[in-house]
Design a protein around this ligand. Structure first.
Ligand SMILES: NC(=O)c1ccc[n+]([C@@H]2O[C@H](COP(=O)([O-])OP(=O)(O)OC[C@H]3O[C@@H](n4cnc5c(N)ncnc54)[C@H](OP(=O)(O)O)[C@@H]3O)[C@@H](O)[C@H]2O)c1
Length: 252
């Protein structure tokens, strides 16, 4: 286990999973910079986290719409100017689009891809260059098991997360020699606002606290890709093995 970063920036920090991860990091004395889109929610989040930090760690907040791709390079620049000792990032924002709407509307489909893939990839392009020049850093990104195989019920979301996973795979190889770590995080079903309205009983549903513990552990470990909880790794292995002529007939 490595010593771990001392200051982390979290993008999409108001995500239920990210909030739980932030609380764990603060308890370890890790300083945080949290980025959320809504100024009022940002204020509430920073107040809560600062209280929990109990003087052990600093919490700074920045409000930014992460779907505004043009603004992202400047956002990272100002963040780095204010916090030159940033050692890691967690990219957590995302959205579960209405698949039926995305099938009807190219605009809705593109909007989903913008938030689930292009936003993170734009941020990663500037962050990667920065960390590569410094020859250190940890980059963690929340993808999804949905990105491992296209399913009829959510292939627009899956395509975004799948594109992100491929991007991260290439980025990991590129940055390996410079000592920068790239971590792909693939949760399964998690009880968060994103999945509200679904039937969330059952063995496959995880609490965000559990997934957050897995994320924090992964930042201190050596794995490149983590499935959270762990049982999704063999499940997805099995799903990827199903031949396409059979898979397209399944009601998955
Ligand atoms: N829940 C699951 O079952 C599940 C499974 C696999 C992967 N994931 C992934 O886990 C990550 C965290 O999601 P979650 O489950 O914790 O759900 P969540 O609580 O709904 O978090 C999603 C976050 O994305 C933020 N966001 C959306 N659009 C944004 C924008 N334009 N700019 C900035 N932030 C924006 C939201 O901000 P606001 O707070 O302002 O709305 C929200 O905080 C996502 O990447 C998601 O795809 C979730």
């Amino acid at each position: 286990m490595n010593e771990g970063p001392r200051r982390i920036a979290i993008f999409g920090a108001n995500s239920r999973i990210a909030i739980e991860a932030a609380r764990i990091w603060l308890a370890k004395g890790v300083h945080l910079v949290v980025v959320t889109r809504n100024p009022e929610r940002l204020r509430r989040l920073t107040d809560d986290l600062t209280l929990r930090a109990a003087g052990l760690a600093e919490v700074h907040g920045i409000a930014a719409d992460l779907a505004d791709l043009d603004g992202l390079p400047a956002l990272w620049e100002s963040l780095r100017e204010r916090h030159p000792d940033l050692e890691a990032v967690l990219i957590a924002h995302g959205t579960l689009p209405d698949q039926a709407r995305c099938q009807r509307s190219p605009e809705a489909m593109l909007q989903a891809l913008r938030l689930n893939a292009l936003s993170a990839m734009t941020l990663l392009t500037v962050i990667a260059n920065d960390f590569e020049a410094r020859q250190r850093g940890v980059i963690g990104v929340i993808g999804s098991v949905a990105g491992d195989r296209g399913r009829k019920g959510n292939y627009v979301y899956g395509a975004g997360k799948g594109m992100l996973a491929l991007f991260l795979q290439g980025l990991r190889s590129r940055l390996h020699a410079s000592g920068v770590r790239v971590l792909t995080i693939k949760p399964g079903f998690v009880v968060t606002p994103m999945t509200e309205g679904r039937d969330r009983d059952g063995l496959f549903w995880a609490r965000p606290e559990r997934v957050a513990r897995g994320i924090v552990r992964a930042f201190y470990g050596r794995r490149d890709v983590v499935y959270l909880p762990w049982f999704w790794r063999p499940i997805l292995w099995g799903i990827r093995m199903i031949p396409e002529p059979l898979f397209k007939r399944l009601r998955l």
